[in-house]
Design a protein. Structure first.
Length: 310
């Protein structure tokens, strides 16, 4: 699997995926919208942008690559650096096309210009919702028809028709009746159309909900299943204080951190047979990064962030 595939998979579940020494792909959720010129309706989606200033390795991409490829964290970092060097080499002379994400090129100042691919919606709650075109509503102007009836044929006064009701009054009365019936019929037509649209919308919503419930994602490499509407907190982000070969040293470190007021815990033994001790664990990546920066300033510069998928 290429690095682009790893980034694309992570964008379904995270708001930001940083590629070390290159930049960060950031998603922002946008609501449903309609194009009034083409009468096209678009489902809610994630808008993909690129920030070239986000280059520091936060561990998310590297840990995912290491888990998927069953390699060490350091080898995963080397793999990412090699891929980034290849991207930069292409950009020096040509346009860079990253699969399922978008294209890059350099401007005259040497800055990255990113054009996202709009055919993929990374918002999982909109799965199965495609854009559609609705014909514009045409409204009939009845006043114009009334004017036409009034000018069809002028009636010349004669002895015979003087005694009868003037023709223009008959035409005006007929036009008034037609207009009243037309207005009433139009309102009834609008009510029927509106009720039909409501029923159709409810049926479409039921189909979408059923599709979401029955949908499965098949990924060749190991990837945690995407679960919708999950409220359980998983605490995937851990600020690591140290990893110890001897379990008793890990216990000492745990008691030391707890005495300082941290909600410390032992995460268990990693693949290198080292017992990891964490200052604290978080469900939010932003909270974890903010706490990590505080710990680096006040307690230990050796603390680092572990992103662990369950």
């Amino acid at each position: 699997m290429t690095l682009a595939k790893y980034i694309s998979n992570l964008l379904y579940r995270y708001e930001c995926v940083i590629v070390p020494n290159f930049g960060g792909f950031v998603t922002n959720e946008i609501s449903a919208k309609v194009n009034h010129f083409t009468h096209t309706f678009y489902a809610p989606s994630k808008q993909l942008t690129f920030n070239s200033h986000l280059q520091n390795n936060d561990g998310l991409l590297a840990n995912y690559v290491a888990t998927s490829e069953n390699i060490s964290y350091s080898k995963a970092v080397q793999y990412i650096h090699k891929e980034v060097d290849s991207w930069k080499s292409i950009l020096n002379s040509d346009e860079l096309d990253i699969e399922n994400i978008g294209t890059f090129h350099l401007n005259n100042d040497g800055n990255y210009i990113f054009e996202p691919l709009n055919t993929i919606n990374y918002l999982t709650s909109s799965f199965g919702l495609n854009s559609y075109v609705s014909p514009a509503v045409k409204r009939i102007v009845y006043k114009e028809k009334v004017k036409q009836l009034e000018t069809i044929a002028p009636i010349l006064p004669t002895k015979e028709n003087k005694k009868r009701t003037p023709a223009f009054i008959k035409y005006a009365a007929s036009a008034a009746i037609i207009f009243a019936l037309g207005a009433f019929g139009w309102k009834e037509y609008q009510k029927v159309e509106y009720n039909n649209l409501v029923v159709e919308a409810e049926q479409q919503q039921k189909k979408v909900e059923k599709s979401i419930q029955e949908a499965t994602f098949v990924i060749s490499n190991p990837l945690p299943a995407i679960t919708l509407n999950v409220t359980k907190q998983t605490f995937n982000y851990h600020i690591i204080a140290g990893a110890f070969r001897a379990p008793e040293n890990a216990e000492k470190k745990l008691l030391q951190l707890q005495s300082k007021g941290y909600n410390a815990k032992i995460l268990g033994v990693n693949k290198w047979n080292l017992t990891q001790v964490a200052y604290e664990s978080f469900n939010s990546r932003n909270e974890a990064i903010n706490k990590l920066n505080t710990i680096k300033k006040t307690d230990s510069k050796d603390a680092w962030l572990l992103v662990k998928e369950y």
